[in-house]
Design a protein around this ligand. Structure first.
Ligand code: PMP
Length: 308
């Protein structure tokens, strides 16, 4: 890929990009046994800084715990490894992908005893939902695919297998001419995008689905909730019926890759005036300001990367 970098971190060592390979008989290839993270490192006036690195690594550890993966690395070690990787690749900004895989060549579903490998990859990645997305907003649909029902796939885990569901929603959306699909949960309430959480604004109040709607516990979501409350807005985490999407004044996605992307239509119905609204823009401006070091970070969300 064009955004590739020189070095990848694998279990304590920095190895050349080309050498970070797996065998076709690795357990993960057949049974989806991986967990991962997506993190951004931003260029700030005082050098590169990784956004909420510790929280992402904690979620990786949580995902491992849910899937009984015995991760041999602590949050502290993974944080340090990430900082070292960005520095070694001499990157000013990048996307970071820690991934833990059941890499051993062992067939049969039972993953016990299958050797685990941990990688952290850095690469250059621009806007996720298109060049104009952050400014103009995107056109989305409600997917015919539902998020996993409670007691099926644990959606709090950021596991590779969960993204089969995301791929179905995304392919359907793209095939039908939309940028992204919004999935409902198994009860028909609004869940999230295929790779983003969702916020709904009506009459000045900000709503977002809770963990009971089968969402990933997004770190951008958490950041936006805190920013919005500190800006004086009321934020409610509750179940949302599908039709809230059609009568919303404003709608936006949040995610590490998508950052804060306004939604301008759902199922060809305009959201509000059909362009990003004032509350969306205010929160987006504050979020982008903090991550890029343009405004002071009162939350301690940035981990600086020392540059040589
Ligand atoms: N939901 C899903 C399904 C995702 O894949 C992502 C991206 N990690 C998100 C929500 C947003 O999470 P975060 O803000 O932590 O990137």
């Amino acid at each position: 890929s064009s955004g590739r970098t020189a070095l990848i971190w694998r279990d304590g060592h920095l190895i050349p990009w080309e050498q970070a390979t797996l065998h076709v008989m690795s357990h993960v290839v057949h049974y989806g046994s991986s967990v991962f993270e997506g993190i951004r490192c931003y260029e700030t006036p005082s050098g590169p800084a990784v956004f909420r690195l510790r929280e992402h690594m904690r979620r990786l550890v949580d995902s491992c715990k849910i899937y009984r993966i015995e991760l041999p690395w602590t949050v502290d070690q993974l944080v340090q490894a990430t900082v070292d990787l960005v520095a070694a690749n001499e990157l000013r900004h990048c996307y970071l992908r820690p991934v833990v895989v059941r890499a051993g060549e062992q067939m049969g579903v039972l993953p016990f005893g299958v050797p685990i490998e941990t990688f952290i990859v850095a690469w250059k990645w621009g806007t996720y939902l298109g060049a104009d997305a952050l400014e103009k907003g995107v056109d989305v649909c409600v997917s015919s695919w539902r998020r996993a029902a409670p007691g099926t796939f644990p959606t709090m885990a950021k596991a590779g297998g969960n993204y089969l569901n995301s791929q179905l929603a995304k392919m359907e959306a793209r095939t039908d001419g939309y940028v992204e699909g919004i999935t409902l949960d198994s009860f028909g309430y609004v869940a999230e995008g295929s790779g983003e959480n969702l916020f709904v604004i009506r009459d000045g109040i900000i709503y977002t689905s809770g963990l009971d709607s089968a969402i990933l516990n997004g770190i951008t979501r958490d950041s936006v909730i805190r920013i919005a409350r500190d800006l004086g807005y009321e934020v409610r985490e509750e179940r949302l019926p599908r039709e809230m999407l059609y009568v919303a004044d404003e709608l936006f996605f949040t995610g590490t890759a998508a950052e804060l992307t306004p939604i301008r239509s759902v199922d060809r119905i305009d959201v509000g005036e059909g362009k990003p609204g004032p509350i969306t823009k205010a929160i987006q401006d504050r979020y982008m300001g903090i991550v890029t070091g343009r405004v002071a970070d009162p939350y301690g969300w940035l981990t600086p990367v020392p540059v040589a």
